[in-house]
Design a protein around this ligand. Structure first.
Ligand code: CUA
Length: 181
């Protein structure tokens, strides 16, 4: 058969399923099902795909809520950009802004307490990636994502952006502190 001339037999595609082909289709389909059911399984037992909710918001409304928290609970500033580090009450709602090319403010949480961590973007898509815990949440503009998080180990964690967001994507890194009470 050539790509230029028409096929010799007009119904060349209408042949019965070969055994090898059928086997591979079955294997691929079974694997699809395994991966599909891994999603809910991993949510319940994996401790990484956290429970999350999403609400509509605007950059203005979200900034206002974040600013209120920053005004109340800032304990110090860090880096030459003077990024506030906030230590909100244990168990409260905490807000984190993603924007070109910064996470703002920095959060300081207490070990063993459960927080509702709110995330929203001021411009376009960013990715919240908590290292070395491997927690990943896409951060969309216009949406407020709420992730319920209980830090189990004190230390300094890194937040990096894992969605390519422009020329300074690689500099979009921050810290998340977990402290003992
Ligand atoms: Cu923000 Cu990449």
């Amino acid at each position: 058969m050539s790509a230029i001339e028409s096929p010799a037999s007009r119904v060349w595609w209408k042949q019965s399923l070969d055994r090898v082909e059928g086997t591979w289709i079955a294997i691929a389909f079974a694997w699809c099902l395994v991966l599909f059911f891994m999603m809910p399984y991993w949510h319940v037992y994996g401790k990484q795909n956290l429970s999350n909710e999403a609400y509509r918001t605007t950059p203005e409304r979200y900034t206002q809520k974040t600013q209120e928290m920053v005004d109340k609970y800032t304990v110090r500033t860090e880096t030459e950009l003077k990024i506030p580090v906030v230590h909100p009450p244990a168990g409260s709602d905490v807000y984190l802004i993603a924007r070109l090319w910064q996470w703002w403010p920095m959060l300081e949480l207490e070990e063993g307490k459960t927080y509702r961590v709110h995330l929203s973007s001021m411009d376009w898509l960013h990715g919240f990636s908590l290292q070395p815990e491997n927690i990943n949440v896409e951060v969309h503009p216009g949406y407020e994502h709420v992730v319920t998080m209980t830090p189990t180990k004190a230390g300094a964690y890194s937040i990096i952006c894992n969605e390519y967001c422009g020329i300074n994507h690689h500099t979009m890194a921050s810290k998340l502190y977990v402290v003992k009470q």
